[in-house]
Design a protein around this ligand. Structure first.
Ligand code: 5GP
Ligand code: MG
Ligand code: MG
Length: 188
């Protein structure tokens, strides 16, 4: 596939993404295979949709899948710090082990809201599975619930990335790779 003309460089190509997803799926499969408790995998829309679709096909234990939608970004590259749940789960997660699937953890604000929300719905453990992690930008520590674990595909620097589900002003989500935008795109 030709490189999109707004992309300055590719951070992770399709082959690298696939191998990162396989690694995380393998860890999750291993951690879940000794238990028969019910598991629900919750994708955080919209950004996690591609990672979710890839990882659920590689986790080799039974689970249910649902989506939750959170909005925080507007169209810029800085979080407004107050994410809001704009569409809730359909599945009842009371007594279930929940794995939250995210595209990227940045300040941690979105996870803080989601984890409190799932805790109040009675989840018995909450794990986080994020494709990318930007720990240098964290404002709130990720607080897991019960024996929940933190899984991540790749740690990235403080750079705004797009593609593989992630957007800038709702564009670029469909790119099959993770890339860095040319600076003039931000400054338009
Ligand atoms: P947080 O609440 O942790 O600051 O960020 C949560 C959400 O902001 C992420 O799930 C993601 O949707 C968005 N976000 C954070 N960093 C980036 C980035 O580098 N690129 C894109 N496209 N979205 C990001
Ligand atoms: Mg997200
Ligand atoms: Mg976004």
């Amino acid at each position: 596939m030709a490189l999109h003309s707004d992309i300055e460089r590719v951070l992770l190509n399709e082959v690298e993404i696939s191998s990162l997803v396989s690694n995380v799926a393998e860890q999750i499969t291993k951690d879940l295979s000794s238990s028969s408790d019910p598991v629900t995998i919750v994708g955080v829309a919209t950004g996690a949709f591609m990672f979710l679709a890839d990882i659920v096909r590689k986790i080799e234990v039974p689970f249910s899948v649902d989506l939750i939608r959170v909005e925080s970004y507007g169209s810029g590259t800085e979080s407004n710090g107050k994410p809001r749940i704009s569409s809730d789960l359909k599945i009842d997660v009371r007594g279930k082990h929940v794995i939250l699937v995210e595209d990227i953890v940045d300040t941690g604000n979105t996870l803080a809201i989601l984890i409190s929300h799932l805790e109040s719905k009675g989840a018995c453990s909450i794990s986080v599975c994020t494709f990318l992690d930007k720990p240098s930008r964290r404002k709130i520590r990720v607080r897991l619930l019960g024996d929940g674990k933190f899984y991540r595909g790749f740690e990235c620097k403080d750079e705004f990335v797009v593609g593989y589900g992630m957007d800038f002003a709702e564009k670029y989500r469909n790119l099959p790779y993770v890339g860095i935008l040319k600076p003039h795109i931000f400054n338009k």
